[in-house]
Each structure stands twice: as structure tokens, then as C-alpha cells.
Design a protein around this ligand. Structure first.
Ligand code: GLY
Length: 429
């Protein structure tokens, strides 16, 4: 028996992921009142937004109480790791997202690696270091390419895939001696490099129950052909056909089910999204990382493909009644192109006017991320990743054509986007 659905929902965060969550919650047949904090200019076109930062735990709880919010959906990792869900539950407000103990699976790469190794989950061999000399010895012993990861949260920038020993040694020194990521880099993982295609699996977890959402693939590098520095993600598509139904069954058997069981066995009552980054290596799927929230921009292609009521899905996960829930998925392909500000992920300008045409190609939606309104009331750039343009269509090629037609029609002096989102799957077909 499922509880009645909540009548009011607060979505915490300000990115494209949160805009997609807001849209899906608004589409619920239960017609909840949806609000957001802090939101962005696009979210504010859809629902009321409150100027409370996503990491201000006390103010978010106070806001939820003041607005008589019955359910809080937490988007980003930082409030989760700061214990927002713990604080909301203590105040009697149900929330979607893990408590701080579960959020540690993203906030500490060392913690996750120890769990992966303890429960024999497939993952790369790694060493854990706090001192420079043994880390350098290990790097030289393993050779390049090799991966250096800061332990803590570093906004997606704490992973260096070093192609040479010199690059690896520089990354070790930057993190352990140069304090490049502050306390997040005071402990590092040095991991063998895995080769293959990467895939993103978003799993809605409630204790030992879970539902696997449609599989997607992200494009992490800034430049076409997967070149240049890593970003938070420049575009996604779903389904990722490289994950065949047989392979997904194997991933479920070898990775998802054992991960959920391992987390529960560690005494963590995880209720939220377990986002498993998986490398499809020649010897089988292997865990790259856990995140403990929806992916961005994975959410912008996964949620629009769900026919299932997202409010019911998240509520049942939060309330421990997810068991037996079946997903209904639209058969269309979804593709999202992230429109960024020129210069991202390094220095970029803010405040450039954005004009989105009133008419877009069919089944195309513009999710806002780094946007704000200036004093003249114009929508302007306000972050590195500015928009996520998602299109659905019967083929991936048509979805790409629609998304790119929309990106080309958006006016913004500093817009930059990759031209090859989905190319790998398109070349295979
Ligand atoms: N797109 C990758 C992430 O959300 O971490």
C-alpha cells in the first residue's frame, strides 16, 4: 500500500538536472505544487523560486517548514553530503536523496573503493595515499596511462587521466603537495586506467529495492571527438544501445544488485539515486565511480523518456515502498546538447543575453542551467553550462537534428556546444 502522494514539493538545486526534475514533477497526474531553491531563470518561469543557496541546510529546512512542503527532492551532491536529508527527516519532512552516510559514496572516492574491494565488485586496482613519496613510487611502478583521483568532492575536476608519467607525477604533486583541491585532495587514489566505453546507470534505490532507469551515455570532454579537458558533461543520449538487454542483465547481476546489497550491508539505508559510472572493458563491465544523485546532463535525457509518474517513483523510494514498481519508458530516443559559455571549463564570461525562440522543433525542450535575469529583466548567462537542449524523436539521428536545430537558433554571443553528441552510436547504426 503506497502513501498518498505529497501535495507540495521543493526541488533543491539550480542546474539543468533540477529543471528537468521540476518539469517531470509538474507533469505528475497528482499535480503537486512545485517550488525550487535557489533555481535559475528557466526554473523560475515554471515555478516559484526562493533565494536560498543549495548548501544552506538550516535555511532550506526553514523554507520547507514555512512553505508547508510535504516532500523535498535534493539535486546536487553538496547538500546531500552536508546532511540536508538528515536535517529534513529530523524536522519530519520526507526527502528524496541519501543521508550523509550514503552521500559519502560520492563524497569520498577512497570510501567507495574500499567498499568495492571489500565486496569483490569489478573495479580497477588502486592505491590510496596521503604522502607524496609513496604515491610517486606507486605511479612509477604501475606506469602510464594511470588515473589520479582526489578523494573528496571537487566539482567533477578532481580526476586526472594521465597519459604520461610526467602528467601523473604533476597531478600527484598538485593534489598532495600543491593543495590544488584543498582538503578534497589531501588523500588520493591512484587507479589503473580502464579502457572501453563509459556508460551512466541511474538507479533509484530504496534500501534493498531498486529500479534501473534507462541507460545513457555522457560526453565528458569539452571538444568534439572527446578532446580537451573534462567537464561536468557536454551532452547525453538515451538509450545507449551499446548496453544491450543481455549486457544490462549482466550489469544488474554483477554490479547493481551486489552494490545495493553491499551498501545495505554496511548499515546504510540508502534512499535516493545511485548513479553508477561503468566502464565497458573488454573483460566485462567495471565500476568507475558511484555518485549519489541524478547525473547532469543524464537526467535531461532519462526523465523525458519516462512515462512513469516521477513523483510516485521518488516518493515511493523515499518512503520505502519501491518494491514491485515497474517503469514505463517511451520508445523514442532522447539526445541532449549542453550549451556552455565560451571558455568553460576554464574562465568564461557571465551576463551575456540569451534569446530562445518561441518555436522550437517538435518534442524539443530547453532546460536552463547557468542562467539568471539581469536588472533589465533579460535572461543572461550565469554559469559555465548554460542550457541543456533535449529533443526526442523516433531515431537518434532525428533527435540530434532537432536538438542541433534548436541550439543553432538560440542567440547568445558566448554560446559554445559540441557538434558531435551521439556520434559514436550514430556511426554504429
Ligand atoms: N554527467 C556526469 C555527472 O553528473 O557527474
Amino acid at each position: 500500500m503506497t502513501d498518498a502522494l505529497p501535495r507540495s514539493v521543493l526541488v533543491v538545486g539550480s542546474g539543468g538536472r533540477e529543471h528537468a526534475l521540476v518539469r517531470s514533477l509538474l507533469a505528475s497526474p497528482a499535480q503537486p505544487r512545485v517550488v525550487s531553491a535557489p533555481g535559475n531563470a528557466g526554473i523560475a518561469q515554471d515555478v516559484p523560486c526562493y533565494a536560498v543557496a543549495a548548501d544552506n541546510i538550516a535555511e532550506l529546512v526553514a523554507l520547507a517548514q514555512r512553505e508547508k512542503i510535504e516532500f523535498v527532492v535534493v539535486g546536487p551532491e553538496v547538500p546531500l553530503s552536508l546532511g540536508l536529508v538528515d536535517a529534513l527527516l529530523a524536522a519530519g519532512i520526507p526527502a528524496y536523496g541519501p543521508k550523509a552516510d550514503g552521500a559519502r559514496l560520492e563524497a569520498s572516492k577512497v570510501f567507495t573503493k574500499q567498499i568495492l574491494l571489500k565486496y569483490n565488485l569489478p573495479t580497477a586496482a588502486a592505491g590510496i595515499f596521503t604522502e607524496v613519496a609513496p604515491a610517486l613510487d606507486y605511479v612509477r611502478h604501475r606506469g602510464a596511462p594511470i588515473v589520479i583521483k582526489a578523494d573528496g568532492l571537487a566539482a567533477g575536476k578532481g580526476v586526472v587521466v594521465a597519459q604520461s608519467l610526467a602528467e601523473a607525477e604533476a597531478a600527484v604533486l598538485d593534489m598532495l603537495a600543491g593543495n590544488k583541491f584543498g582538503s578534497a585532495g589531501s588523500q588520493i587514489l591512484v587507479e589503473d586506467c580502464m579502457f572501453g566505453e563509459e556508460t551512466s546507470l541511474l538507479v533509484v534505490v530504496s534500501g534493498r529495492d531498486y529500479v534501473i532507469l534507462p541507460v545513457s551515455q555522457d560526453h565528458k570532454r569539452i571538444g568534439d571527438g572527446d578532446t580537451g579537458p573534462n567537464t561536468g558533461g557536454m551532452g547525453t543520449y538515451s538509450p545507449a544501445e551499446v548496453v544491450t538487454p543481455e549486457l544490462l542483465a549482466r550489469i544488474d547481476r554483477e554490479i547493481v544488485r551486489p552494490s545495493v546489497e553491499a551498501i545495505a550491508s554496511e548499515g546504510i539505508d540508502f534512499r535516493g539515486t545511485l548513479f553508477i559510472g561503468i566502464m565497458l572493458t573488454p573483460s566485462g563491465p567495471s565500476v568507475l565511480e558511484y555518485n549519489t544523485r541524478f547525473g547532469d546532463p543524464e537526467t535531461q535525457v532519462v526523465l523525458p523518456r519516462l512515462r512513469t509518474d516521477v513523483l510516485a517513483l521518488l516518493w515511493r523510494a523515499a518512503k520505502g515502498s519501491l518494491g514491485g514498481m515497474k517503469l514505463e519508458v517511451r520508445p523514442e530516443f532522447a539526445l541532449c546538447v549542453v550549451v556552455a559559455a565560451q571558455g568553460y571549463p576554464e574562465k568564461f564570461s557571465k551576463g551575456d543575453a540569451i534569446k530562445i525562440p518561441a518555436t522550437l522543433p517538435p518534442d524539443t525542450v530547453v532546460f536552463h542551467a547557468g542562467t539568471a535575469r539581469n536588472s533589465a529583466g533579460e535572461i543572461v548567462t550565469n554559469g559555465g553550462r548554460v542550457l541543456g537542449v533535449t529533443a526526442l524523436a523516433p531515431t537518434l539521428r532525428e533527435a540530434a537534428a532537432r536538438a542541433y536545430a534548436a541550439c543553432d537558433s538560440i542567440e547568445c554571443a558566448s554560446k559554445y556546444f559540441r557538434r558531435d553528441i551521439g556520434a559514436r552510436q550514430l556511426h554504429r547504426s
